[in-house]
Design a protein around this ligand. Structure first.
Ligand code: DLZ
Length: 161
């Protein structure tokens, strides 16, 4: 699971389906917004790079990662081929971190079980701000890029299944 030996922005471009017919929803949490903006940019630019039209990318903001669950549930209803949930949870002094991380992971998982539209998990869960910086366009790449590639692959899988 560790990203230390894997750059989140590395992938084989030749294996990615053309996405120019697809429409994507990106739901962005405003908490740690400097991090989530960089994750959004990574996802957005990667989608464009693979042929997605700017007009076919719908962005909504939600207050925090906990609200990603509801935001993504409503986004699933918007005639999109896949949804990307963008958040950054950074550990504090209390157990809040654990509750938020567990809730968001289970909430997004539930949307994938119950809904027809795949929802990709682009939520960083870090012990420190530096770890979040490193994974949102820093030395370990950008999880937004990884999420966009996953979303394209899931949209293609959905189309063919
Ligand atoms: C309250 C809170 C805290 C302490 N930390 C974070 C965080 O690191 N990342 C994040 O996305 N959201 C955080 N939140 C906000 C919660 O996700 C949520 O918005 C509030 O509890 C309101 O439901």
């Amino acid at each position: 699971m560790a990203t230390e030996n894997k750059n989140l922005s590395d992938y084989d471009k030749t294996t990615i389906p053309n996405a120019n017919k697809f429409r994507f929803g990106i739901v962005v949490s405003e908490w740690n917004h400097d991090i989530t903006e960089n994750l959004f940019k990574g996802a957005y630019n990667t989608l464009l790079e693979h042929g997605v039209l700017a007009g076919n990318i719908v962005r909504w903001n939600v207050p925090g990662s906990f609200e990603l669950i509801y935001g993504c549930k409503k986004m699933q209803e918007q005639m999109v081929n896949a949804v990307i949930a963008v958040g950054s949870v950074i550990k504090g002094e209390t157990k809040h971190f654990d509750f938020i991380c567990d809730s968001v992971a289970h909430g997004i998982k539930d949307l994938n079980v119950t809904g027809e539209t795949p929802v990709v998990f682009c939520v960083l869960t870090d012990n420190t701000k530096q770890q979040a910086i490193d994974r949102s366009g820093g030395k370990h790449g950008n999880k937004g890029t990884e999420a966009a590639i996953a979303a394209i692959k899931m949209a293609e899988l959905r189309k063919n299944s």
